[in-house]
Design a protein around this ligand. Structure first.
Ligand SMILES: C[S@@+](CC[C@H](N)C(=O)[O-])C[C@H]1O[C@@H](n2cnc3c(N)ncnc32)[C@H](O)[C@@H]1O
Length: 315
């Protein structure tokens, strides 16, 4: 049976993006195409959407599922959203009404045992969204020293037991390299077991896996660049909507929105603005939106979602 990906906060995404017939939109994280499909329905009959995903399997799947229905209203590109500034104008999307980022990974990727995203994946611990670029996670585990691994787990996973986990990895690989997600999850569970007095909501290796995935895909740099690229493409009144799944991502979105809302970057001690930068965004969600309890109940993957939306000003 094929797994499906349920689009997270779909109602909220649509109300914040507010797509109208004839609109031009970018879905920077196509995944299973759930949000894309809704946007294309709302922009019927002639709205167009550019869908990006770094994962070729996502592009192929959405191409099969949606292209027959939407034809040339749906333009697909296998690309990293950090390249949005060049990809979008080249595809005829130089000025758009809205852009959506639904970050992280899809249920398809999580379920694919050859990609190494899920704790029980027996295949190679790869974790690259784009299998043709970058260094797979198993290679990082084999080559970084204990201090580097500790820093990585701390920085990208905010893992309090980073040092212990890093030392255990270095110890374990003296005997045999860690090559699968299953092996890594078991090792973390052994050296950093959950507190039996606390209710266990997530797997003890969650933060370790998050850290590796962020490092492998350079996710935080990509997000920063992707947001900047999208903002440059928005028409006045156009909406930028971002759904993030952990605090590191959300912090970047929040700071980006705040900086673009402020505009001026002059130090406070300067009496008049000399930088000349104007505010480019107006916040639409203040501070942010989270899924309803009913959605979390129906789709636990939505649990950590946080949505922020902003509107491009005329400046
Ligand atoms: C949560 S899923 C999106 C699900 C989608 N909104 C839906 O309704 O089906 C995130 C997708 O973004 C892709 N992705 C993550 N980072 C990316 C990046 N920097 N550039 C392009 N795609 C990226 C992943 O490959 C994954 O398919």
């Amino acid at each position: 049976m094929e797994v499906g990906h349920i689009p997270v906060m779909a109602e909220e995404v649509m109300s914040m993006l507010a797509p109208a017939p004839g609109g031009l939109h970018i879905d920077a994280t196509l995944g299973g195409g759930g949000h894309t499909e809704r946007i294309l329905e709302a922009t019927h009959p002639d709205g167009r959407l550019l869908g990006l995903d770094a994962d070729g399997a996502a592009i192929a799947r959405v191409d099969r599922r949606l292209q027959p229905r939407y034809g040339d209203r749906l333009i697909l590109r296998r690309a990293n959203f950090r390249e949005l500034a060049t990809i979008a104008p080249a595809a005829g999307f130089g000025a758009v009404d809205g852009a959506l980022f639904d970050l992280g990974l899809s249920s398809f990727q999580l379920a694919d045992t050859d990609r190494g995203f899920g704790f029980r994946a027996g295949g190679p611990l790869d974790m690259r969204f784009d299998a043709d670029r970058g260094v797979p996670a198993f290679e990082l585990l084999a080559t970084l020293d204990a201090a580097e691994l500790t820093a990585l787990f701390r920085r990208y996973g905010e893992e309090p037991r980073a040092g212990r986990i890093a030392r255990a990895i270095v110890e374990a690989r003296r005997i045999a390299p860690i090559t699968t997600a299953e092996e890594l999850a078991a090792l973390v569970e052994r050296v950093a077991p959950p507190d039996p007095r606390k209710p266990r909501r997530v797997h003890p290796a969650t933060r370790t896996f998050q850290a590796l995935r962020i490092a492998v895909n350079e996710e935080l740099d990509a997000l920063q660049e992707g947001l900047a690229g999208a903002l440059d493409l928005l028409r006045p009144g156009g909406r930028l909507v971002v759904v993030s799944y952990h605090s590191l991502e959300d912090r970047i979105v929040k700071r980006f929105f705040a900086a673009e809302r402020r505009g001026c970057v002059c130090p406070p001690e300067i009496p008049v603005c000399v930088c000349g930068r104007n505010p480019r965004l107006r916040l639409v969600t203040r501070p942010s939106m989270t899924p309803t309890a009913a959605e979390i109940e129906a789709n636990p993957r939505a649990r950590s979602a946080r949505l922020r939306a902003a509107e491009r000003l005329a400046a």
